[in-house]
Design a protein around this ligand. Structure first.
Ligand code: PEP
Ligand code: MN
Length: 364
């Protein structure tokens, strides 16, 4: 008789998925019908590229009247799909009742959505419901760009005894038209990684982009920035999805996209590569030192100008002069391949420092 290799338990599969890099999570924004869940799961499994599946069961919608999720009955569909594919599921939870329901249906991974992370009462309610439970939890950044709220949510969940905590960077709300549905503000994600290097962080290009055409760009940028993985919404018929239709892609398109992404390594193992990188880094350090020296000199001149302005009783801010400086810099910057955005930010910072120096002189 042939020995049969026992199928790994779903707990083992989940733990393995959690530790895999890059971690890929995909599935529909919302579970809509049993048929949709099962067919999507089968197609995602066929790609061989999805470690964990996602689906929204309760949807926190900005305005009432749109589809607010299929509710608890959808959890049974996820269980059924899991029996077929042996791939774990993740769902969003925002209340103690939702946690209880999700756990009752053995959901493998839970996530806290961006609209929940903003509210310490809700996060605490979810955390209390998780006490004594062994389930991995992903925490999305809050919709507003406030790192402390994000960290606070991590602390509440950690205090409840949850060991496996991960982060999802899904961008931040902003007012008015922007390139993306949610501004990525990459620097905040990077700062969060710096403060909590022990937590995995994956990127959610779907909710950042809000549309299919820039999804790949956002995903590639995240991988270039050494994120641990991606969570991407996929749907059998994206245009007719009941929520987030514009940003979802088919499982086939997902597979193509994951093949197109250039996956990068953080570690430099190869010695020659390492030496070459070291040389280039030395050059960067050297140039940075020079730039700092020059900035110091620039501020000394600003101090002199401050003294003149004080003697002659004229204002610090001279708008015309400032516009002239910027215009000159844009023209020069363009030739040096420096973006207008960078020039503006750089000169704003230099200008502010200059004004602070002059302020000190004026008031001394
Ligand atoms: C979602 O993942 O479908 C969702 C509601 O996302 P977010 O919490 O990032 O808005
Ligand atoms: Mn969505």
């Amino acid at each position: 008789m042939e020995a049969t290799i026992p199928k790994p338990s779903i707990k083992e599969v989940t733990q393995k998925a959690w530790n895999k890099r890059p971690l890929i999570i995909s599935g529909p924004c919302s579970a809509e019908t049993e048929e949709q869940v099962i067919t999507t799961a089968k197609q995602l499994a066929e790609t061989g590229k999805v470690d964990i599946m996602r689906a929204g069961i309760w949807k926190p919608r900005t305005r009432p009247g749109s589809f607010e999720g299929i509710g608890t009955k959808g959890l049974a569909w996820l269980q059924k799909a899991r029996e077929i594919t042996n791939i774990p599921w993740a769902v969003e939870v925002a209340t103690a009742k939702q946690v209880a329901d999700a756990l009752h249906f053995d959901i493998d991974v839970l996530w806290i959505g961006a609209r929940t992370t903003v509210n310490p009462f809700s996060v605490q309610e979810v955390a209390d419901a998780l006490r004594g439970v062994d389930v991995p939890v992903l925490i999305k950044n809050p919709i507003n760009p406030d790192l402390e709220l994000w960290i606070g949510a991590v602390e509440r969940v950690a205090k409840a005894g949850i060991k496996n905590i991960g982060l999802i960077h899904r961008g931040f709300s902003s007012y008015g038209n922007t390139d993306y549905r949610n501004a990525p503000m990459w620097h905040l994600a990077i700062e969060m990684k710096r403060r909590h290097p022990e937590l995995m962080m994956i990127n959610d290009p779907s909710h950042i982009a809000g549309r299919r055409d820039v999804l790949l760009d956002v995903a590639q940028k995240a991988i270039d920035l050494d994120f641990d993985g991606l969570i991407i919404e996929s749907h059998l018929d994206p245009d007719n999805a009941w929520s987030d239709a514009k940003q979802q892609i088919t499982p086939q398109r997902l597979a193509e996209m994951l093949n197109t992404i250039v996956w990068r390594k953080e570690d430099i193992n190869n010695e020659e590569l390492h030496n070459n990188m070291e040389k280039l880094r030395q050059q960067i350090n050297h140039l940075d030192d020079e730039l700092l020296q020059l900035l110091g000199q620039r501020m000394k001149i600003a101090d002199k100008i401050g003294a003149y302005k004080k003697e002659n009783n004229i204002t610090i801010l001279q708008t015309n002069r400032w516009n002239a400086i910027l215009e000159r810099a844009y023209v020069k910057g363009e030739k040096l391949a420096l973006s207008k955005e960078f020039i503006t930010k750089y000169f704003d910072a230099v200008h502010m420092e200059s004004i602070n120096h002059q302020n000190k002189i004026m008031n001394s």
